[in-house]
Design a protein around this ligand. Structure first.
Ligand code: HEM
Length: 524
């Protein structure tokens, strides 16, 4: 009892922004589309642990201290788990898959999936990536051959990302990438409708842990079918479509695998895609390691979901930044033309080593991480030791923070990525050249627990992003081909909106995700 009292006293003593409402706390300021400025304030102005006010006086912690982050995502990853409502949401959306599972169930799935994301498989997939992006180049070329045109680059990075995870992940083509019009594909359309629809039923999502315990499955399905809310019906339609299509693709893959090598080679992806490799690995795995078919199908829907907006929105952001920094764009083009990376004649290793291309990707992922609403909850009382003590509101020094069971913790991805005491005074500026010389010692010494480049963007530990190499290769191939052939300029004012994956709109209140840039053919 007194330990708990102590913990609450320390929490109250941690600096944080004021809250306007006891009922709602800061939640509506942070987890909202227009929350970017507030998120920045939290990340930058109160120190490495920040107290936010949750609804009804609950306390929430925003943590960007490296040592505390290490405790959360590595040392005590089995204590700091996803909120129950998040796990249930993922289970309902995709089925029993990586992001909806914990502990041993997660470990078993991850063990089988990890190898298919290895560098070796990326090397096999590189020519397939180039082939898809060459088609993208042709479509854009057809549009701008006659002269400069405004193009919504988000639409094109989105279609490319879907097609790449389709071919590279599922061995299935979503979009031939030939016509100017949206390719009508039920699966792709369903996927696009998912995030906005989910944002619209956020309050319902919070009571999901109770809803899923109500009555038998058939009853819950019936209740969902007749639930009088358009957003719930949209989500239901999305889930039904994804699950139906994933099952069909899976059955086709399995049949091809059974009929032998020739049938596999005739398929999209020629058996080199992630699911084909996974199917073979699963067939060969021992009974203890084998995944049931339902889990394999669930991973397919998850992969498509996790791979698309994350990478395509980041790519669109990179193109925006290159348009804003024309000198960097020119230097990058020079590097790409000299190396021939835009023609597909470079190997995976050569492409990965191009210094400015690499720097541009890393710097964008540092300053503009696309997924920032990552939350963990300790399943029992715990303590977060800090790298540096912080000074409490009453002037006392806090060296570690006791966190009571159930405290919501927001992973301070942005706060860690732009921490001035590690990255220097210019930490907030987008400066790709910082990666061309050794990073500040403080960054290397801080032991930031991120899986990629001292950044928290792809998280770290056992639940780090499994697809970060896939994503990195995708960004590099798209940039190599597109920047070698086209020049990008910014004309309109772009606003970035907070969501599960941040997205751009043209004006503050514009509803349609888009990023129009002026594009023309590059002539040397
Ligand atoms: C810029 C691109 C991307 C970013 C910033 C990103 C970020 C992340 C983050 C932060 C997580 C952890 C989420 C959490 O535990 O709360 C995650 C997990 C995951 N990502 Fe990514 N991701 C990207 C691209 C991709 C791609 C291309 C794929 C697939 C090819 C992918 C597949 C996954 C999967 C399957 C998980 C769940 C891993 C697990 O729970 O074990 N991601 N990603």
């Amino acid at each position: 009892q007194s330990k708990n009292h102590d913990a609450h006293r320390v929490m109250r003593n941690i600096p944080g922004p004021p809250s306007r409402s006891w009922m709602k706390g800061n939640i509506m300021q942070y987890f909202t589309r227009h929350g970017r400025a507030f998120q920045r304030d939290v990340a930058l102005n109160y120190g490495p642990v920040v107290r936010l006010q949750g609804p009804l006086g609950r306390k929430i912690l925003y943590v960007s201290d490296p040592k505390a982050l290490h405790t959360i995502i590595i040392k005590e990853e089995n204590v700091f788990e996803e909120p129950e409502s998040t796990l249930i949401t993922f289970n309902l959306l995709f089925g029993d898959c990586l992001v909806g599972s914990l502990g041993e169930n997660h470990r078993r799935q991850r063990k089988l999936l990890n190898p298919v994301f290895s560098v070796n498989h990326m090397r096999h997939m590189l020519p397939m990536f180039y082939n898809v992006i060459f088609k993208l180049r042709e479509v854009v070329m057809a549009k701008v051959r006659g002269g400069e045109k405004e193009i919504d680059v988000l639409e094109w990075t989105g279609r490319a990302a879907l097609e790449l995870i389709g071919q590279g992940g599922l061995g299935y083509s979503f979009d031939p990438l030939v016509s100017d019009k949206e390719a009508r594909n039920e699966y792709g359309d369903a996927l696009k409708a998912m995030l906005p629809a989910l944002m619209n039923i956020e309050s319902l999502r919070q009571i999901l842990p109770h809803l899923v315990k109500m009555g038998p499955k058939w009853f819950r399905r019936l209740a969902t079918d007749i639930f009088p809310n358009a957003h719930v019906q949209t989500v239901k339609h999305v889930v039904d479509t994804m699950s139906k299509r994933s099952q069909e693709i899976f059955r086709e893959k399995k049949a091809a695998l059974k009929s032998g090598d020739e049938a596999v080679l005739r398929q999209v992806g020629e058996g080199k895609d992630i699911m084909s490799i996974l199917l073979r690995a699963n067939t060969a795995a021992s009974d203890a390691d084998k995944l049931p078919e339902s889990q394999m199908v669930a991973q397919m829907s998850l992969l498509v979901f996790a791979a698309t907006d994350t990478t395509s929105n980041t790519l669109a952001h990179i193109l925006q930044l290159l348009a804003e920094h024309s000198n960097v764009q020119s230097k990058l083009r020079e590097e790409l033309l000299q190396s021939g990376a835009g023609t597909g004649n470079t190997s995976y290793d050569e492409l990965m080593k191009l210094p400015l291309l690499d720097a541009v990707c890393r710097e964008t992922l540092r300053v503009h991480p696309p997924a920032t609403l990552l939350v963990r909850v300790p399943r029992k009382d715990s303590i977060l030791p800090l790298s540096e003590p912080v000074i409490g509101l009453d002037g006392t020094i806090i060296k570690d923070v006791p966190v009571p069971e159930g405290t919501e913790i927001v992973i301070g991805v942005f706060g860690s990525n732009v921490n001035k005491s590690l990255w220097g005074e210019d930490a907030l500026e987008w400066k790709p050249e910082r990666w061309l010389s050794p990073l500040p010692r403080a960054v290397n010494d801080a032991s930031i627990p991120g899986v990629y480049s001292n950044l928290m963007t792809f998280l770290g530990g056992k639940r780090a992003c499994i697809g970060f190499k896939f994503s990195e290769m995708e960004m590099k191939v798209v940039l190599a081909v597109m920047v070698s052939n086209f020049v990008f300029e910014l004309e309109k004012e772009i606003e970035w909106n907070v969501a599960g994956v941040d997205y751009p709109t043209v004006v503050w209140d514009g509803d349609r995700p888009q990023l129009p840039l002026k594009v023309r053919v590059y002539k040397s």
